[in-house]
Every structure is written in structure tokens, then in C-alpha cells.
Design a protein around this ligand. Structure first.
Ligand SMILES: Cc1cc2nc3c(=O)[nH]c(=O)nc-3n(C[C@H](O)[C@H](O)[C@H](O)COP(=O)(O)OP(=O)(O)OC[C@H]3O[C@@H](n4cnc5c(N)ncnc54)[C@H](O)[C@@H]3O)c2cc1C
Length: 458
């Protein structure tokens, strides 16, 4: 038995910085990782996908070179081995850098292996049992393989196995028309694959507003991506070397045949083989660890951070969980999850930046509100860059003048959203930004203009 002040299970986005803070405060810390240091984001999530999105953008721009008066001789060809090598190099630097940092951290002992609770304050890893008064769970999640008829008969890919692909799938079928599926869809279409997106709901990214969802579908369809919505009762079967997907759609052929199948239908927390029952830690029905507003579980001295607590599904929410726990434990600062404003991006091109409530959520709340919209066609910077697809939309509380939410689908939408997000955190009325002088020529300079032309939300 080895005694520590704190044990951290998992090296996702919260565990390593927490190890840094706890050891700096003089604690003896054990951190346990069963697979890849840095977890999902660094190895099979944000970093590799955005690296590949950048390759796909380069291919797309090269094909459009003539639009800008640039002549390229010959056909644009994507070398998937080079795309993967570039991605592997960028990922490799992050993961090895993180592992080295943890191994060299004074006061921190790194264990590799699968950790399981044996009691509320004891964790087994390898042949050892570690004990600590404080235990922090940062085990993240993994791709969900749904209970889909025929899935045991075919080979399929997930976001993790996609990362090992160094060939171009001739026809990629993607089951799941949400954030992860759509990023892969556009990326592989731009690499040169035929791509079909199969979605059970009546529209893509169903939690977004209708107009956002329709504009995203339009962007993808313009690039030749086939979209099949209302795909009820999806089945899969082998067809020679190919895979067939039965859709039972209202419109279109009842079956699509492709060469590769990617499942992007959601994620599940890595809490099923963690010995939580031995610790007495309570989860909800889907396996997410139940936590309070400061990320404490029901067991004294045990916290859960990141995707496994179901309070967020992003790198920035997991990192913010670390900040909340560290602030409460070490800084006498009672930070809370409920201080966080929901915000995220969809990294198709052009990207979608989101903050706060959607229009549908504002309508449902019944509060009197104002709305402002602007097509990207009206943004000079977008016209100059030849990237005018998409639109901006902002919602404001009529009484307080506070911004309730925004969707920025268009050039630099992933960055522009932050000027709105910061105003929301500042709890300042929209009129503050309306009078701010933004720099020309940018997309952000049109946000005050949009705020100057708000209309009542009917
Ligand atoms: C394809 C894809 C793209 C994404 N893109 C974005 C994006 O652009 N922006 C964004 O904000 N988010 C993105 N995400 C989500 C983001 O990756 C996660 O929200 C983020 O990694 C936070 O995870 P985490 O800290 O909860 O844990 P994770 O990063 O999942 O890490 C958990 C770690 O715990 C380890 N572990 C699990 N169980 C055990 C155990 N029993 N013993 C020891 N170790 C264990 C795992 O091996 C893993 O290393 C993406 C996800 C995917 C799949």
C-alpha cells in the first residue's frame, strides 16, 4: 500500500494541471494513466482533428486557387500519408511533452495502468494499491457503439480508429450528423472521398436552431456531401468488401453502400470499469458521475472532473473543472460550475461559434427578447477573402439589455464569438459593445453594427 495526499485518475484536460497545483501546494500526488497521456483531446479529439481540418482547408483553397487569380498547374492531390504524418508529429509533441512534464514534476508519481477503486479512498493499479484522502476522477469518455442491427458483422471506425487511417476511403459513410460527424464529413470530402452523412433526426446538429442547421447543411451540400436525415432504424450489413447501411428514410434510396463506416453517434463516460460501486460513488443512468456545483461526488474527498461528470463535453469545460476544484481547495475561492456560460465551436469551414442560449431556447423561456442578424455577405472582410457563407445572430434580453446568446456561422466565427462571450461574462449591456470601435476590416467590426439594428423577437 502506498500513501499519497491525492490520487488523480486519468490525464485528460483537468488531471495534469491539477497535479501541478497540488504538488506546488506541497502535496504528495499519484497520477494514473492507462493509455495515452493527454487523453482524448490531445490524442484522438481536438488536436488531431483540427490538424486534419487544416490540411483539408489547404486542399479546398488550392482547388479554389483560380477564384483568387492564382494558377496551379495540375490537379490538386492529397497525400493521406503526409496528412497523417503531420497530424502524428503535432500530436506526438503534445503527448510526450505532457508525459515528460508529469514525470519530472516534483512530488508527483506517475503510474501507468488501468485504475479501479477498491474502497472509497483506495485505488488499485497494476499490482499496487494506492491510498489517499483526496481522489480526483478525470477518466473522460469514449465513442459509443450503438445497439445497431448488423454492427457485429461489419468493420467500423470511430473517432479514435480514424486517427490511424492513412488511406483515402473511396466512400465514407458517417452515421451521426452532429459535431464530430460533420467535422469528419467535410474533412474527408475535401481530401477527396465521397461522403454520405446519415442522421436519425429530421435535421443535422439538432440542438442548434433550424436556420443554423439548414445553413450548415447547405454549406456541406455545396461541397458534394450527401445528407440523409430522418434515417430511422439504421441497419448495417456487409456487401463484399463494402458496407451497406439501411436507412428507412422518408425520401431517397432505402440503402447506401460505402467502403468505410464511421460511427459518430455520441460518447459514453469511462466509468463502467472503475470500481465506483466499491467506492460508493453514485452515477446517473448513463454512467455520468453525479457531482455538486463544486464537482464533489457524494463520497467525501472524491471529486469528478471533465467529461465523466456530464457537466460539459469539451476541453475548455474540463479545464474549467480543474480551475473550480483548485480554486475551492487551494485559493479559498468558491468558484462554481453554474458560473460557466455554455460555449463551443463546430469546426467545419466556415466554423460555427456558439455562446449562451439558442433562439429556440430564448423563445421557450418566454422572456421578451430582441434579435439581430447579419448575413456574412454583408461583411466586407468575408467578401474580400471570398468566404461569404453563413450568418450571425444575436439574442438580447429586452429588459436588462444583456446578451442571452449568439450563433456566428461564418468566417472566423470560432474567434468572433469570444467578443460576445466576454461581454456576457462581464454582465454588461449590449450597448457597451454597440459603442465599441472595432478594427476594420474584420468580421468582429460588424458585431456592433448588428447590435445597433435589433428587432423584437416575435
Ligand atoms: C473527435 C473529437 C473532437 C473533439 N473536438 C473538440 C474540440 O474541438 N474542442 C473541445 O473543446 N472539445 C473537443 N472534443 C472533446 C474533448 O476531447 C474532451 O471534452 C476533452 O478531452 C476532455 O476530456 P476529459 O478531461 O474529461 O478526459 P479525456 O481527455 O477523455 O481523458 C481521460 C483519460 O483518462 C484515462 N483513463 C480512463 N479510465 C481510466 C482508468 N480506469 N485508469 C487510468 N486511466 C484512465 C484515459 O486513457 C484518458 O487518457 C472532441 C472530442 C472528440 C472525440
Amino acid at each position: 500500500m502506498s500513501d499519497f495526499d491525492a490520487i488523480i485518475i486519468g490525464t485528460g484536460q483537468a488531471g495534469p494541471p491539477l497535479a501541478g497545483r497540488l504538488t506546488a501546494a506541497g502535496m504528495k500526488v499519484a497520477i494514473i494513466e492507462r493509455k495515452l497521456f493527454g487523453g482524448t483531446c490531445v490524442n484522438v479529439g481536438c488536436t488531431p482533428t483540427k490538424t486534419m481540418v487544416a490540411s483539408a482547408y489547404a486542399a479546398h483553397l488550392a482547388r479554389r486557387a483560380a477564384d483568387y487569380g492564382v494558377a496551379l498547374d495540375g490537379k490538386v492531390r492529397v497525400d493521406m500519408k503526409q496528412v497523417k504524418a503531420r497530424k502524428d508529429a503535432i500530436v506526438g509533441r503534445s503527448t510526450t511533452g505532457l508525459e515528460r512534464w508529469l514525470r519530472e514534476m516534483a512530488g508527483c508519481t506517475v503510474y501507468t495502468g488501468h485504475a479501479r477503486f477498491v474502497s472509497s479512498h483506495e485505488v488499485a493499479v497494476g499490482g499496487e494499491v494506492l491510498a489517499a484522502e483526496k481522489i480526483f476522477i478525470n477518466v473522460g469518455g469514449r465513442a459509443l457503439a450503438p445497439d445497431m442491427p448488423g454492427l457485429d458483422q461489419v468493420d467500423y471506425l470511430t473517432n479514435s480508429s480514424m486517427m490511424a487511417l492513412d488511406v483515402l476511403p473511396p466512400h465514407l459513410l458517417i452515421v451521426g450528423g452532429s459535431y464530430i460527424g460533420l467535422e469528419f464529413a467535410q474533412m474527408f470530402r475535401r481530401f477527396g472521398s465521397e461522403v454520405t452523412v446519415i442522421e436519425m433526426a429530421p435535421r443535422l446538429i439538432a440542438r442548434e436552431d433550424d436556420d443554423v442547421s439548414a445553413a450548415v447543411a447547405d454549406i456541406l451540400q455545396r461541397e458534394g456531401i450527401a445528407i440523409r436525415v430522418n434515417a430511422k432504424c439504421i441497419t448495417v450489413s456487409r456487401r463484399g468488401n463494402d458496407v451497406a447501411t439501411g436507412l428507412d428514410c422518408i425520401e431517397g434510396a432505402p440503402e447506401v453502400v460505402g467502403t468505410h463506416l464511421l460511427l459518430a453517434v455520441g460518447r459514453r463516460p469511462n466509468t463502467d470499469d472503475l470500481g465506483l460501486d466499491k467506492a460508493g460513488v453514485v452515477t446517473d443512468q448513463r454512467g455520468y458521475i453525479q457531482v455538486d456545483d463544486q464537482l464533489r461526488t457524494n463520497v467525501e474527498g472524491v471529486w469528478a472532473l471533465g467529461d465523466c461528470n456530464g457537466k460539459g463535453a469539451f476541453t475548455h469545460t474540463s479545464y474549467n473543472d480543474f480551475e473550480i476544484v483548485a480554486a475551492n481547495l487551494l485559493d479559498n475561492d468558491a468558484r462554481r460550475v453554474s458560473d460557466r456560460i455554455p460555449a463551443y465551436n463546430l469546426y467545419i469551414d466556415p466554423p460555427l461559434g456558439r455562446a449562451g442560449m439558442s433562439e429556440a431556447e430564448v423563445r421557450k423561456s418566454g422572456r421578451p427578447a430582441l434579435i439581430g442578424t447579419m448575413p456574412m455577405e454583408s461583411v466586407g472582410r468575408a467578401r474580400e477573402k471570398g468566404e461569404t457563407l453563413g450568418f450571425m445572430k444575436v439574442l438580447v434580453d429586452r429588459a436588462s439589455k444583456h446578451i442571452l446568446g449568439a450563433s456566428i456561422l461564418g468566417l472566423n466565427g470560432d474567434e468572433v464569438i469570444h467578443c460576445i462571450l466576454d461581454l456576457m461574462y462581464a454582465k454588461a449591456p449590449y450597448t457597451v459593445m454597440q459603442r465599441a470601435v472595432h478594427i476594420h476590416p474584420t468580421v468582429s467590426e460588424l458585431v456592433p453594427t448588428m447590435l445597433g439594428d435589433l428587432k423584437p423577437l416575435q
